[in-house]
Ligand binder design. Sequence first.
Ligand SMILES: [Zn+2]
Length: 186
Amino acid sequence: MDIALSPESLVMVPNNCLYCYSEIDVKSFEIRHSYGIKACFKCYVYAERDSNAFMHREGIIPVDYAMEHNTLKDFTNVLLEEFHVKRTSGIIEIGWTLDTGSKLNRKFFVYDMATKVWLIPVKKNNLTKSISVYEIMHNFPQNTKYLAENAIKVMNTGVYIADAVQHDRVVNSKASFTVEDDSYDT
Ligand SMILES: [Zn+2]
């Protein structure tokens, strides 16, 4: 399959595979509610690749994915317990936990391109917001700080890097059809 796609709104989209137009066992691979890629069973693997590549480009990691990830789950497990956050303003806020979201309202770790810092969604009663991973980590007990450090390392490397590379390879091989190929000159 030499097609690479990007997620799109799935509202009112016919129930076809977006890769091969088949209608057999079509499933929606959703990034968030009603936004993703529809694929038939033969193309699930491409939908997964392209969804992951998209999340890599956007710098987002679903919290529900992180909670299952080998390294990241050690970090999210700590965040499921109440913790306090000392903001840069000096104010100490107590009683926050990780915001795990829901099926209809998926939550993400988001890489803030401007500050180059991962933002973590947190909640307290009905309040929700995102806090820098460093502000959260600052208050981790000394013996658990490495869990946050490991998580940051993994996130900075990119949990979807392999799929992003595959996706780009397909996109670039398509693009090369339209430019002159001089790789046989020698
Ligand atoms: Zn298909």
